[in-house]
Structures are given as structure tokens and as C-alpha cells.
Write a protein of this length. Sequence first.
Length: 462
Amino acid sequence: MTALAIVESRADRASVHICDRLRELADWETATDDSRSAAEGGGTVYRLDGVELRSFEALHLELERPADAFDCDPDLLVFASRHSGDTGPLLTGHVTGNFGPAEFGGADDAVAEAPPNALARLLEAFDELAPDNYDVGLECTHHGPTDVGCPSLFAELGSDDEQWDDPEGAAAVARAILELRGVEPHRNRQIVGFGGNHYVPRFERIVRETPWAVGHVAADWALEAMGHPSAHRDVLEAAFDASGTDVAVIDGEWPVLEETLAELDYRLVTETWLREVGDRSLDLVADVESALGTVDDGIRFGDRRDGAFTVVDLPAELIDAAEGIDPDRVREIVETNAVAFTTENGGSRVGARVAIPDAGAGDSADDSVPDSGGARETIVAELATVLEEKYDSVTRDDDAVIAERSAFDPALALEAGVPEGPKFGALASGESVTVDGEPIKPERVRSRETVQFPIQSDRIER
């Protein structure tokens, strides 16, 4: 079980209030540590299974290696703290560091070890526990300390005297901190963020709505304070190392930063990429993007997670006809049966190339066609059923889907003496019209229409 350390600052009345609520919420064991002064975390120590709470005299941001004061050898350290600002009632969390000069604790151009997974769990707990009148959010990386001794984060009650003294707000932060018991600092999907405001709505969205967690975030003001990216590679590298990732998202336009990160061999992705990739195997994602195209080029992933796949063409004319009838159903059909697929029109329409699971041994009568009788056949068959909404009959042979219907024939209408215009429209809609006193029924001006949609594919890529 991971060990959780909690830091109380007696110089911060909100911190004391939160920790008072912590002491009330659980059955703590107490002990006395005479090996260090009460100002430096000694004196009375509070312990639960996997949790240790110590009190310090100084403000959190002035502490150096507070993790060393704890006997539990912490995997994660939480600073119970106030938040100050013109933001009203707010529960917020962030990690610490300075991308430029250290104006409020810590060292210049240095960042503390970040726990992206624990920060995501803290946000989730705040969402669950916050009183009704409180907002919840994350902040960018700012202020010290930068040398903590283990991954750490701030859990904050804000934003003014009224909230610092609010029992409900303090209890919510205390309960959220206890929710971090046993939580690992890291997960296998986490990013570093760059750009945006001090409060980070884009990165909150990523944390809330995708499986990806966020470590350090250098907001616009922090990047400006840092200076030219190529002259501050050390702090950029430290942010990735401290966040346990080589993946980044940039909010806004920072071309020189993009160039510098690319030179340092970090991967820049978009929020769309994170959403589309989700919790899929990153090896599978890399294989799909190599074979079919990139997410930023419009590739989208289906429900199949098979590692072995084949890229094939779907019958484009059949897709177009089916999408003209029920585009949502077409999307569902392809997503259900494909590993990934191309899209058109900004991702709104399904494209004609798909990655489908390789057929198993013995599934195909023709070994040169891996998908014979498999996912491609299923997609074609289900697309054909969509045509039934518009056509009287839909059949198929080896080469095509054949759709037939009775349709309004303008030539027959002209032969019957119907003038072009509104009466054409009425007949096409199935209504009878009268021309020179003679009734013209819709059936008289309809003919049988047959459309063939080729379904054979000439292109199959392994």
C-alpha cells in the first residue's frame, strides 16, 4: 500500500482548519517524535494505516524536503493549504515548481516531483465532495517548494477568510485528502501541459473526460517568465521527468516551444488525440497511425481492439448512399466492426478505408483475402440493410448490392401533360394532381429504378 504524508502548516489557518477536520474524521493513533523540533514536524504525530500527519511552523512553500520528516517513507505527500484569489469559494489542487524565477519559494527553474494520477483523483474527489456553493478546479504549476522528497501536491481551500473558516469547505478538503490513501502517484497515461491560463480548463477537461492524467502545467505567464525555450531546456526536461512522461499538449500558439520540444524528442499531441486514443494500447495506436494515417488527419478508432489488423477499402458508393439515409447508423456499423477508419468532412463522415481485425486461421476460403467472411463482409451486409429504408428491395450478388425502388419519373410526367413546377413536386411526393380536368395519379408517372453499388475491393494492405 502506498504511504501518504500530510503536511499541516501552522502559519496557514486554512491548513490548520483542514487538519482539524482530518483529526476529527478518523481514529488516529498519536505518538511523540522528540527527534526533531515541533517547528520541523516533530512533537505530536498522527497516524492511520498508510497515512501520517505532521505539523510544521513555516508556510508550506518555505519547506525543504518535508518528506524526510515522515517515518512512513511516503510515496505521496499532500500539503493541506489555503487558496488565495478573487475566485470565490473554490477547492483546487496543483503541483509545485518554478519555470522561471522563484518568487514564492523553491528554486529558480526547478520543479517538484508531480503525481499526475493522485492529482486526477483529488479532482475527482473534489467533484464528489465539494459543498454546493463551491467551484472545483486545477491550477497550473506555481510557487515552491521544489525539493519535497517525494511526489507531492497542494489540496487547497479558497479563496478568502470566509472559506478558510468554513467547516463544510474544510471538511470537504479533508475528506478528499483521505481519498488519496492507497492511490499511486502515477498512471501509464499522463502528460505535461503548456499554455493557457493560471486556471487550466483544457487540462481539467482532459483529466475529467479521458483516461489521461496531467502533471506539470506551464501556463502562458510561466512560459513568459521562463524566457526563450531553447535557453531553458533543463527546466523543460525536468518537467517531463518529474511528471513521468514524454507526451505533451500545448494550449495556444507557441511555435518556438513546439520546435524546442520536438528537438528534445518529446511527443506533442492534441486533446483530440488523447480523446481518440483513450485507453487503447499505445502500440496499437502507433501501428494504426503508421498504416492508416494519423488522428489529426481524421483517423478515428472503432470498438475492436485486435492487435493484428488489415487495411482494406470499403465500397465508397455504398457508404455514400447509406450515409445519405442514416449517417449515425453508418458510423455505428463501422465503429462496431473496425479497429480504426478514415473520416471526411472534418470527421463527420465515414471514409472508405478501414483497419479491420485479421481473420483467424480457417476463417477465409481465400488466404489472399484475410477478411473473407469477416469484418468487411459484416460491414457491407449491414450497410445494405440501411438502404432498405429508402428502397423497396435490396439484394446482393458477389459483385454488388442491388437496390430497387419505384420512383417519380419526370419524363412520364411530361408525357402525361404535367407542366414542370409545383405539380411535379406533388406527384414526386405521392399526391395526385389534375391537369386540364384530368386526374393524374402518382402511380402513372413512376418507373422502376435499379441502382448497383459495387462491393468488391481491389486494395488490401497487410
